[in-house]
Design a binder for this molecule. Structure first.
Ligand code: KG4
Ligand code: ZN
Length: 328
């Protein structure tokens, strides 16, 4: 089995996955200490990973009914992400690999999100178009094989999840904002307010900064009482704008590439309105279960099935990176 470790942001994750891509355990410990700050505090996240990582690895082994003797390979997220947070996972993985004399694989976090689609019980085979939308990243990729992807478009400013989080904050909702906006939006009219869809951004790139500013102005113009009275309408309209901005570019990419198969991932892929909207595109749609869309280590262990392990000296020298390909 492959033991995966993922600590790129604020979830401390470990998982065991078999060589055929079957998930034996997938432990995610959400730190739950960042909501009071309205966002993830890197130093706090790193310190918490340090407290949690060994416990989470133990839990993953126990839930899989396994011990380290059953592990044939260690996989760890190398980047992109918060460097201090990543280094906790990397140090843990290096230590285990060195002590147990196990091969170590470095996995790119975004390749991990794409690779969540290759896991059992319903592996989705390339080629396909993949939309990854999370709190840190938003991009469209053409996936032709199990080891790489070609970025077709990416956000020029905020990620879609960040737009949800910042919008939620303006509406007085808790962090993370996506689920909170989704809940509030259920009782609102998505056409009550017109928000910009970044129609001026050509091609397959995304932009959410204008939308965020537009919500800010709208709240200011409405005033406190009216904003409170119309919070559900604001949430529903704001959510619709994010969903439409994503869907329009997905549609463009499907037309441009001729691909008729679509996979989605990242925390925003949990959004019900997005899932419903993408379901209307008339293409084959793969939606991994929610705990494989948000950050998890099963996707990292799964991706490592297709990655060459590092030579021992390279494994010990492994370092984290904050930014990956095309500045993502
Ligand atoms: O992939 P993820 O767990 O972590 C990152 O790598 O960022 O994504 C977290 C993001 C947050 O911005 C959160 O607000 C958003 O995903 N999110 C959602 C939903 N659930 C989580 N956004 C919209 N609707 C949801 N149901
Ligand atoms: Zn992620």
């Amino acid at each position: 089995m492959i033991l995966g470790i993922e600590t790129s942001c604020d979830d401390t994750c470990a998982a065991l996955v078999t060589a055929s891509g079957e998930i034996r355990s997938n432990v995610i410990s959400s730190q739950g200490i960042h909501d009071r700050y309205g966002g993830v505090v890197p130093e706090v996240a790193a310190r918490r990973h340090l407290e949690l990582v060994n416990v989470v690895v133990d839990d993953a082994l126990r839930q899989a009914g396994a011990t380290l003797d059953d592990v044939g390979r260690i996989a760890v997220t190398q980047g992109p992400g918060l460097v201090g947070a990543l280094l906790i996972g990397i140090a843990t993985a290096k230590g285990l690999a060195a002590v147990r004399d196990l091969p170590l694989c470095a996995v790119d976090h975004l390749q991990g999100h794409v690779s969540a689609n290759f896991l059992e019980p319903a592996p989705f085979q390339p080629p396909f178009l993949c939309l990854i939308a999370s709190g840190g990243h938003t991009f469209l990729a053409r996936v032709e094989d199990h080891v790489s992807f070609e970025v077709l478009g990416a956000t020029l400013d905020d990620a879609a999840g960040e737009a949800f989080d910042k919008g939620a904050r303006m509406l007085g909702l808790p962090f993370p904002g996506g689920p909170a906006i989704q809940r509030l939006a259920a009782g609102g009219d998505p056409r009550a307010f017109d928000f910009p869809l970044a129609a001026g951004v050509p091609g397959l790139d995304f932009s959410f900064a204008g939308l965020k500013t537009s919500l800010l102005y709208r709240i200011r113009d409405l005033g406190e009482d009216e904003t409170t009275a119309r919070r559900a309408d604001l949430a529903a309209s704001y959510q619709r704008a994010i969903v439409e901005a994503l869907a329009v570019r997905v549609e463009r990419a499907l037309t441009g590439t001729g691909l008729r198969r679509l996979a989605i991932g990242g925390g925003v892929a949990a959004n019900a309105a997005l899932r419903e909207r993408l379901g209307t595109l008339g293409v084959e749609l793969a939606v991994p279960p929610i705990d494989l869309c948000t950050d998890n280590a099963a996707m990292i262990a799964g991706a490592a099935r297709f990655v060459e392990p590092l030579a021992r000296s390279a494994a010990l020298a492994l370092d984290a990176y904050a930014t990956g390909q095309r500045g993502l």
